[in-house]
Ligand binder design. Structure first.
Ligand SMILES: Cc1cc2nc3c(=O)[nH]c(=O)nc-3n(C[C@H](O)[C@H](O)[C@H](O)COP(=O)(O)OP(=O)(O)OC[C@H]3O[C@@H](n4cnc5c(N)ncnc54)[C@H](O)[C@@H]3O)c2cc1C
Length: 366
């Protein structure tokens, strides 16, 4: 089966890799370079415990989190790339009430090793934290990695598995004939395929709009800072109003804003000041650290903030994997497997009803 993938971010590259392993002939079309957009802009946190742990989204996130140790091992074996997978855990400073409430909800997942820290326990674990922080939750199972390296590893593993990766290749439109997708047009040239996977991140609606599709994926800008972190101030990831993730390569990644700013590719004084203020409030000694770099990226957001995964209704052979919003790095391994199931055997291995693209058609565009 010949599959054409539009978009070479983490979702396109991871799915291309899984499709190739399943025996498909895969071509990826990426208008920039692999991982050039949101997938490189991200912080790389793998933190599946959210407000609720019993939703289908929480189950999806958990399933993907469980795949990570195997994925990291496999990619390292196949490409030699170390994705700087850190498994030390995250400290969440909170109020006393919130600590009790969230600790109870999160502790349901025993595999996360959720612990409540009170009083001096907080600074005993992470001495750089402000002495004002008297309550926190420590989630040992929260992990993080270097997402730039992860996309590169997926792209290289995909190429080694036979995927043709075309970078600098813009897809201008999809070709539909007789109720099914026949291929796409790139750089004025028609390319035919049996299936097309749309994984174009925040730009996914652009190719769907000419089909009269109600799919509305919008960008949500995120601004980020990296502080030079040698010698390291933090051992653990800290997640309050801002988050701070120490990377083995010597950067402390501080993020992130969530803004409705269209595709304006700028970092702003307000965005950076807000992140630094929040970070220094939590870890006062960060005020001394040099700023190594700042950047921004565009998260793909769907109107219900959930990913959009599955076949596009009414167009045979057209599949969509987008809308991963704040969790696309975490969700990449499970997305890749689900989409491979959909494309090769016609049904996914776990419950995906909440994420099906047809929800936009059922409810109408919002
Ligand atoms: C600041 C920030 C912090 C984040 N932190 C985290 C985090 O800690 N953990 C986490 O799990 N997630 C995080 N995310 C979210 C995560 O980065 C995204 O959900 C994920 O990267 C989306 O991947 P994608 O492949 O769908 O999109 P992208 O990475 O944006 O890839 C889409 C690709 O499609 C290409 N493309 C678009 N249109 C076309 C076309 N017509 N033809 C050819 N190519 C095209 C683009 O060039 C792009 O490379 C963060 C995001 C941001 C911005």
């Amino acid at each position: 089966m010949k599959v054409l993938v539009v978009g070479g971010g983490i979702i396109g590259c991871a799915t291309a890799y899984e499709l190739a392993k399943a025996g498909c002939q895969v071509t990826v079309f990426e208008r920039a370079t692999a991982g050039a957009e949101a997938s490189s802009a991200a912080a790389g946190l793998l933190a599946p415990l959210g407000d609720s742990t019993d939703t289908n989204f929480a189950q999806l996130a958990l399933a993907s989190w469980r795949l990570y140790p195997g994925v990291v091992r496999e990619l390292q074996e196949r490409t030699g790339i170390d994705v700087e997978y850190v498994t030390r855990g995250t400290i969440y400073p909170m109020s006393a009430t919130q600590t009790r409430r969230d600790a109870e909800a999160w502790a349901v997942n025993k595999e996360f090793g959720v612990e409540v820290l009170e009083g001096g326990d907080v600074q005993a674990l992470e001495p750089a934290l402000s002495p004002k922080i008297r309550h926190a939750i420590f989630v040992k199972g929260d992990h993080w990695l270097n997402n730039q390296r992860l996309v590169l590893a997926y792209a290289q593993a995909a190429a080694a598995a036979g995927v043709e990766l075309n970078t600098g290749c813009n897809v201008s439109h999809l070709i539909l004939e007789g109720g099914r997708v026949r291929g796409l047009v790139t750089e004025g040239e028609r390319v035919d395929g049996d299936a097309v996977l749309l994984a174009a991140g925040a730009w996914s609606s652009e190719l769907m709009a000419p089909l009269g599709s109600p799919l509305r994926i919008e960008p949500r800008r995120g601004q980020m800072i990296a502080l030079a972190h040698v010698p390291p101030v933090l051992t653990y990831c800290v997640h309050g109003e801002a988050y701070m993730a120490p990377r083995p390569s010597g950067e402390l990644v501080v993020g992130a804003t969530v803004e409705r700013a269209g595709f304006q590719r700028v970092v702003t004084a307000e965005g950076i000041a807000g992140l630094l203020r929040a970070a220094i409030e939590l870890v006062p000694s960060l005020r001394e650290l040099p700023i190594a770099r700042t950047w921004c990226g565009f998260r793909p957001w769907a109107p219900d903030s959930l990913p959009v995964l599955g076949p596009w209704p009414g167009v045979d052979g057209l599949f969509v994997a987008t809308g991963h919003f704040r969790n696309g790095i975490l969700l990449a391994p499970i997305t890749a497997r689900l989409m491979t199931d959909w494309i090769t055997i016609g049904q996914p291995s776990i419950a995906v009803k909440d994420f099906l693209p047809d929800r936009f058609i059922r409810r109408g565009a919002r």
